[in-house]
Ligand binder design. Structure first.
Ligand code: ZN
Length: 70
């Protein structure tokens, strides 16, 4: 899968990562869009201390759940 990775502070890159495998009582969501909020901005520059690289950015996502699991 493609992901926006904060590989170090102030450096974002598009990375190819293994597709996550959902655990029991979890779903894999195909993300269609993802917002960027203030905590992402402060995570990007390291000022909040809440994002430690390397980390996949984006926590306000919207997407679809495959019909086979609904
Ligand atoms: Zn947020």
């Amino acid at each position: 899968m493609k992901a926006m990775l904060l590989s170090k502070y102030r450096h974002l890159e598009i990375a190819d990562l293994p597709t996550p495998v959902p655990g029991p009582r979890e779903l894999l969501v195909r993300v269609a869009a993802c917002g960027i909020c203030g905590s992402d901005v402060h995570g990007y520059d390291g000022s909040s201390g809440r994002r430690i690289p390397p980390i996949v950015m984006g926590h306000e996502a919207a997407g679809r759940i495959p019909s086979s699991v609904r």
